[in-house]
Design a protein around this ligand. Structure first.
Ligand SMILES: Nc1ncnc2c1ncn2[C@@H]1O[C@H](COP(=O)(O)OP(=O)(O)OP(=O)(O)O)[C@@H](O)[C@H]1O
Length: 298
């Protein structure tokens, strides 16, 4: 559904994105994560046809990203979406429905349905008088007015309170369940972990790791074992009447068992713990080779 090949973006002498290659299948949710300035927004804007790559190419829903036909298949949510302050949600969405030539009755049903799903009241309030969360919901509704197959969302929940954030993330999850192909960037890795099928980790303009969570955990994570014993063993903490020691290898498990047995006790449970996406991300960021990000003189 989305193919990015060797995308590169230079701003003067500065390389914002370099060699960005990935693909997203139909119905997949693909997360792009990375520290500030890593190149996430630049990548998403190139996919959405809003920035022309210096090199490389992107296709979305079978169209080149620069093809105006592609826009009809796309809903793009920018990181910050200035809205026309004097408009109401309805007049604003109607404006975009007209732009996309959505027939009147279809547009009306779609607008009301989406606003209801997003739990947005005050349809007649001016956008300029709405809270940040309400405005974000209107921007999300706008991204859906043409019923696109592909959604590109840049930080959909940025700057929202925890309740609205949850709402937006759950709504995004519902869109995925409806079969939309979604690419989104976020700093909250818990959200990414909870709804993404696959993730690309960017650093200094480059994709430095990519895969589903399991693949990333295998490559960059650490497996830990929580070993529960009936007697106290070194480095263990008491947890509801048993002792728990966290070790990072099967040798550690065996050693714990031996100590517990020596002390007249036994191991009663072993639980495996995988790294969170946050730990994976930190490990990737630490091990990534710094990239100079300047255009090489030829
Ligand atoms: N128009 C521009 N001119 C010059 N440099 C730019 C321009 N737009 C972005 N950059 C630079 O390109 C780099 C990547 O920016 P980008 O916005 O893609 O990062 P990001 O990963 O989305 O960051 P954040 O998480 O802070 O939103 C940054 O160093 C940024 O300063």
């Amino acid at each position: 559904m989305i193919d990015a090949r060797e995308l590169r973006k230079e701003y003067g002498n500065f390389v914002a994105v370099e060699g960005s290659t990935f693909s997203v299948d139909r119905g997949e949710v693909f997360g792009v994560i990375g520290p500030n300035g890593a190149g996430k927004t630049t990548t998403l804007k190139m996919l959405a046809g809003l920035l022309e790559p210096t090199d490389g190419e992107a296709t979305v829903a079978g169209f080149d990203a620069s093809d105006p036909e592609m826009r009809k298949q796309l809903g793009f949510l920018p990181e910050e979406s200035p809205l026309y302050e004097e408009m109401t949600p309805i007049s604003y969405l109607q404006f975009f429905a007209d732009l996309y030539e959505v027939p009147g009755d279809v547009a009306e049903e779609r607008m009301l349905d989406t606003l209801e799903k997003l739990d947005l009241e005050h349809h007649d309030r001016k956008l300029g008088d709405m809270s940040k969360g309400m405005k974000r919901k209107v921007a999300i509704a706008r991204s859906l007015i043409n019923d696109p197959d592909v959604l590109i969302y840049d930080e959909p929940a940025s700057g929202l309170d925890p309740l609205t954030t949850n709402y937006v993330i759950e709504f995004t999850e519902q869109l995925a369940e409806e079969g939309k192909t979604i690419v989104f960037s976020a700093h909250n890795l818990f959200h990414v972990e909870s709804i993404c099928d696959r993730v690309a980790i960017m650093n200094d303009g480059q994709i430095v790791a990519r895969g589903d969570l399991e693949e990333l955990q295998d490559q960059y994570g650490e497996r830990r074992y929580r070993v529960y014993t009936t007697v106290e063993v070194p480095d263990a903490v008491e947890e509801s009447g048993t002792w728990c020691r966290v070790v990072d290898s099967m040798d550690g498990v065996d050693a714990t068992r031996a100590v517990a047995n020596d002390r007249g006790g036994e191991v009663i449970d072993i639980r495996t713990e995988e790294s969170s996406l946050e730990e994976v991300f930190l490990n990737v960021a630490e091990s990534a080779t710094p990239n100079a990000r300047t255009v090489e003189e030829v």
